[in-house]
Structures are given as C-alpha cells and as structure tokens.
Design a protein around this ligand. Structure first.
Ligand SMILES: [Zn+2]
Ligand SMILES: [Zn+2]
Ligand SMILES: [Zn+2]
Length: 137
C-alpha cells in the first residue's frame, strides 16, 4: 500500500480505516473515474452501503469529486490538491465511447460563463465525448 494514501486521509481529517484505504488506493491507481457499481464489483465482500458512505465521506472531505457524465451513473475521481473548503475541480471530463471510461482532463479548465441576471450557478460540468488516447492508438 502506498504510504501517501494514509497520510492524505490524515491530512484531510479522515480516519484511515482499512476500507477507506482500499477504496482510495483504487482511485489512485486507476486514471478513470469510478462509479459505486464499479466499486461493488471490485469488493465482492463489502456492503454496498459501506462503499457508498465511503464515497460520500471522501466527497465531503474534498478528497474526490463527483462527475455526472450523462451515462446515468455518477462517477467519482480524485481531487486536485487545491480542493479544500470548496471543490476546485473545474476541468473538463472526457467520456470515451469505446472503453466507456470517464477521465479527468485536469489541465483543461472550464471557461467562466456569464449567466443572465438573477441566475445563480451551482454546478457547471462540461463532458467531452470521443475516443481516448489508449483506444485511439
Ligand atoms: Zn475537488
Ligand atoms: Zn477509451
Ligand atoms: Zn475530474
């Protein structure tokens, strides 16, 4: 196990339980965003509700961010270091139509948009769809 994973949980004031460490390790190793059902199939002996609570805790503690990629299942990916009080993950997400993976394009920022008067923005997601580098090579 990577020692930095445990440290990251401690830094974010999350108790590093065995389950949390295992889930976070998967998110670190895989560049693709994961859904709750992805985790359920990886942890056959874990309760779905436990996995769900683990994801919720990570999201609240700004360790992972949620991605609504339009596929019908919410996915989660690791946050950048600057997520602290607020999520700052304002980047584009890429959905590959071949391997069906969702990937954070951390370096491509979402442009700021000007809404009409009295419209209040809570969440802005940009989903790019196409063929990822691995499937395209
Ligand atoms: Zn974040
Ligand atoms: Zn792909
Ligand atoms: Zn992302």
């Amino acid at each position: 196990m990577l020692p930095s994973i445990e440290l990251q949980l401690i830094n974010k004031k999350v108790k590093p339980t065995a389950m949390r460490l295992l889930v976070l390790e998967i998110l670190y190793k895989d560049r693709n965003a994961v859904s709750l059902s992805d985790l359920v199939s990886k942890f056959e002996r874990a309760e779905k509700s436990t996995l769900f609570r683990t994801l919720k805790t990570f999201e609240e503690k700004k360790i992972i961010h949620r991605i609504d990629d339009g596929t019908g299942s919410v996915k989660y990916a690791l946050c950048a270091d600057d997520c602290d009080d607020m999520h700052e993950d304002e980047h584009i997400h890429f959905v590959c139509t071949v391997c069906k993976n969702t990937i954070c394009l951390n370096n491509i920022k979402i442009p700021s948009i000007n809404l009409p008067n009295n419209f209040k923005l809570n969440d802005l997601q940009i989903i790019a769809k196409g063929i990822c580098d691995k499937c395209n090579s």
